[in-house]
Design a protein around this ligand. Structure first.
Ligand code: SAM
Length: 283
């Protein structure tokens, strides 16, 4: 690697050269610590025949390391000011393609299918724009695309919710639904001072790997049930379920059949308990 992009001096130099400043409304916080970037890139590459889709390359800090380790990197960027910067900052790499588009508009399954047909694995990597972390992840989760792993940095508070366990303050419907779809691993915590500009919060990198889906479960029904059970956190599951079914007696019977104490709160139930409740309800 000739010139590392992810340093304070190179970032400053590139921004100055192109007369750019970070755009807050695009969630731009550029990584300026190469050790961290290297670790994210290495975690993201899940095989030696891997194509990486990167969301938001910025000026190329993470992209550069991904290009070092992956067969090819396809990056999706929304900011029209950045192609000319990337053309220079990544000029050493011939395994990089840039697609200028809002990632939320991209047909990620179509891109993934093409890469899979060519015999490569697909991995997704990003230092996510904070303002659309959850929409981007849910778009990926719901895409049905054959993605081997999604390795992304996000605000630490949001990361804590994605991997929260029962009986903790962060555990909510998002945690249960995500953990139903994916195995979630916590790669590392990232302090706020490795970004330019420095955000007000710390970050964390998570990796999501899809689980086999259960053909006996209608996902939408399960998710609606989970969301309803967490609707009012302070209420018992009996109250939340009664409201959902508009029938307290029916809710009581279902909970009794599922072996769930009527005074339980949803935050006490783990994923298998929610799946069991769903199965009892379907009978
Ligand atoms: N990857 C770079 C890094 O780590 O230094 C930049 C990360 S910065 C947190 C987020 C990037 O996502 C920015 O480049 C921003 O322009 C881009 N972005 C924001 N919204 C986007 C969207 N809807 N689709 C694609 N890229 C987006």
């Amino acid at each position: 690697m000739r010139r590392v992009i992810a340093t304070p001096s190179r970032t400053k130099e590139l921004l100055h050269q192109y007369q750019l400043s970070a755009k807050k409304n695009y969630g731009q916080n550029f990584l300026v610590e190469p050790g961290i970037v290297d670790k994210i890139a290495r975690s993201a590459i899940v095989s030696d025949h891997c194509v990486v889709f990167e969301i938001g390359p910025g000026i190329g800090a993470l992209t550069q390391f991904l290009c070092e380790y992956a067969q090819h990197v396809v990056a999706f960027e929304i900011d029209e000011r950045l192609p000319k910067v990337l053309e220079e900052s990544l000029s050493d790499y011939d395994n990089f393609s840039l697609i200028m588009n809002d990632f939320l508009e991209v047909d990620i399954k179509a891109y993934t299918d093409k890469v899979r047909e060519a015999g490569y694995d697909v991995a997704v990597a990003a230092n996510l724009p904070y303002y659309i972390t959850t929409p981007i992840l849910f778009r990926l989760f719901e895409s049905n695309a054959d993605i081997a792993a999604i390795t992304v940095m996000m605000q630490k508070e949001v990361a804590d919710r994605f991997c929260a366990k029962p009986n903790t303050k962060d555990y909510n419907a998002l945690s249960v639904i995500t953990q139903y779809r994916c195995d979630v691993s916590y790669i590392m915590k990232v302090p706020r001072n490795v970004f330019s500009p420095k955000p007000n919060v710390d970050s964390a990198v998570l990796q999501f790997r899809f689980k086999e889906s259960d053909p006996n479960i209608e996902d939408d029904e399960l998710f609606a049930l989970i969301k309803a059970c967490f609707k009012q956190r302070r209420k018992t599951i009996l109250n939340n379920l009664s409201e959902y079914l508009i029938d307290k007696e029916k809710a009581r019977k279902i909970l009794n059949s599922a072996g769930i104490d009527l005074q339980t709160r949803s935050e006490q139930l783990d994923l298998p308990a929610f799946i069991h409740l769903y199965e009892v309800m379907r009978k």
